[in-house]
Design a protein around this ligand. Structure first.
Ligand SMILES: [Cu+2]
Length: 544
């Protein structure tokens, strides 16, 4: 046995926590002692293991009480770049996360001379609880990039007075903000690379001409990063620890909990900047790759903050889209404060579902039969539907990256290096709506928070199931399934990439396949910490 002890990190100790490096095929024992004054846990993110070793309090075990030691023991059945973090309250945000590398038994299908973990995260003096309080009172609490009168004048010049008015009034009526890209922003966060803010200048050294592997891990609780290294092409070779067919990009967006491994080859005798800008453009963190210590490269010109569009609101039908909810007249009134008189209801089942509706869990959105209440509901289930149309957006780089002129990684670029063994068609389909209520800062699935959901999502052991996610909100959600891979149906045939975390864009509909090969209860949730905490969480129960 190759036992190692992982120490839970807390404020003022090492951030990130220690690198845990193990080899595929090993049986590992990790003893975690909780020296905090409160219950804690460690979850091994993306690792396939027995359910009771997964480390989610209330789902897979009872948590680790103060003073208690919990022995995690499991076989390593995979390889790649992963991480671990606390799954208790806001502890992750306070620094309880670290990288985990699992070396493969067989050689990697690519070569490199050296490697670095690049762990992106964020730090705040505010706790997750305080942030939640602020957001419950005002969902725009941390947004200091709202449009103002000066911008209206500029927009009226560009678009014309009337269209500008209509646009501003529309957003106002919806009580939403087109500048809403992050619930918590640079106003409260210091952004970190391997635990250092930009001034700390984390530096990785290289010799000219070397091939360097960078293992990017987004360990941020709330932040999407857009990553680039000006002057270098990055060849993506792994996504979420799994080999993919190499794809050369100049920039990629990484959601909370996702990982990407890239190869670079710096040939000049100079410093290169690793630039990770937040999706909302409220901040960034940078580090350096350099031939010698003490160097730093140029900081790229900052980009303007993006704006949400009608597509993000699900108000545009691209032809390939699905109508998610029928709205009588104008969608613009659908989220107004007054009670709705519009007949909001579910659409007819999409044609490709083939009528396989039996066996859907009770809380799933069965068209026409769903108890989920949509619309301007400020007092009921707390669901607020934004998107009228949903469509597949996997070929899009994401809002704010469309006009960069760079080749930005998109989900349709991801193709598994080799076909995975289970190529069965799904026997069953479950549709889940990603829902929320912005003003009350409530997030949920199918209009129900975790505490309101009476039933887990049930898989039968051994079955192949399709999960279709429909994002009814105007925010991106990185969905994470514990214990089993999600095979992203991105059109790559037998080469579907598999991931543990999948970002669903605003008003997007996409699907994944899951082989239910791991019995037990598993957590399934949005990996934005405050979305998870406020209710965007379910248990997936795999019954033998
Ligand atoms: Cu979310």
């Amino acid at each position: 046995m190759d036992g190692r002890t992982g120490t839970a990190t807390t404020i003022n100790e090492t951030i990130p926590g220690p690198l845990i490096r193990l080899k595929e095929g090993q049986e590992v024992t990790i003893r975690v002692t909780n020296q905090l004054m409160e219950a804690s846990s460690i979850h091994w993110h993306g690792i396939l293991l027995p359910s009771h070793m997964d480390g989610v309090p209330g789902v897979s075990f009872r948590g680790i009480q103060p003073g208690e030691t919990y022995s995690y023991r499991f076989p390593i059945k995979q390889s790649g770049t992963y991480w671990y973090h606390s799954h208790s309250g806001g502890q992750e945000l306070q620094g309880m996360y670290g990288p985990m590398i699992l070396d493969p038994v067989e050689q990697d299908p690519f070569q490199y001379d050296r490697e670095y973990v690049v762990m992106l995260s964020e730090w705040s003096l505010e706790s997750a609880e305080v942030m939640m309080d602020h957001l419950k009172k005002s969902s725009g609490y941390y947004n200091f990039q709202k449009r103002d009168a000066r911008e209206f004048v500029a927009d009226a010049k560009r678009w014309g007075l009337w269209p500008a008015m209509r646009n501003y009034v529309m957003w106002d009526e919806m009580r939403m903000d087109p500048t809403d890209f992050a619930d918590v922003t640079g106003a409260a966060f210091t952004f970190l690379m391997n635990g250092l803010p930009s001034v700390g200048n984390w530096t990785g050294l290289f010799r000219q001409g070397e091939r360097v592997r960078l293992r990017f891990i987004n360990a941020a609780a709330m932040t999407f990063y857009d990553v680039r290294i000006p002057g270098l092409t990055m060849t993506v070779v792994q996504a979420d620890g799994q080999n993919v067919q190499p794809v050369a990009v100049e920039e990629f967006r990484v959601g909370p909990a996702e990982t990407y491994d890239v190869l670079i080859q710096p040939t000049e005798d100079r410093a290169y900047t690793i630039f990770a800008e937040t999706m909302d453009r409220s901040g960034y963190v940078c580090g350096t790759l350099a031939p010698r210590p003490g160097m730093s490269g140029e900081i790229p010109v900052r980009r303007a903050r993006p704006l949400r569009t009608m597509e993000d609101m699900g108000m545009v039908d691209h032809g390939n889209g699905h109508r998610t909810h029928a709205v009588e007249s104008s969608a613009l009134t659908s989220t107004h404060d007054k009670p709705t008189s519009h007949g909001m209801m579910h659409e007819e089942p999409p044609a490709e579902e083939g009528g396989k509706q039996q066996g859907l869990p009770r809380h799933s959105s069965i068209p026409g039969a769903s108890p989920v209440k949509h619309g301007p509901d400020h007092h009921g289930t707390g669901n607020q539907t934004v998107a009228e149309y949903s469509s597949n957006r996997m070929h899009e780089p994401g809002r704010g990256l469309e006009e960069s002129g760079r080749h930005v990684l998109v989900y349709t670029d991801l193709k598994s290096l080799a076909p995975y063994p289970d190529q069965r068609a799904p026997e069953r389909e479950i549709e889940l709506h990603l829902t929320g209520h912005m003003q009350r800062y409530m997030w949920s699935f199918d209009g129900k928070t975790y505490s309101d959901a009476s039933e887990p999502i049930r898989f039968r052991y051994g079955e192949r199931v399709r999960l279709t996610f429909v994002n009814d909100t105007m925010m991106e959600h990185p969905l994470h399934l514990h214990g089993m891979w999600m095979y992203l149906e991105n059109g790559s045939g037998a080469y579907l990439p598999r991931k543990h975390t999948i970002v669903v864009k605003p008003a997007e509909r996409l699907s994944v396949l899951v082989s239910a090969d791991a019995p037990g209860p598993w957590a399934f949730h949005c990996h934005l910490l405050l979305h998870m905490e406020s209710g965007m969480f379910r248990v997936v129960q795999v019954d033998p």
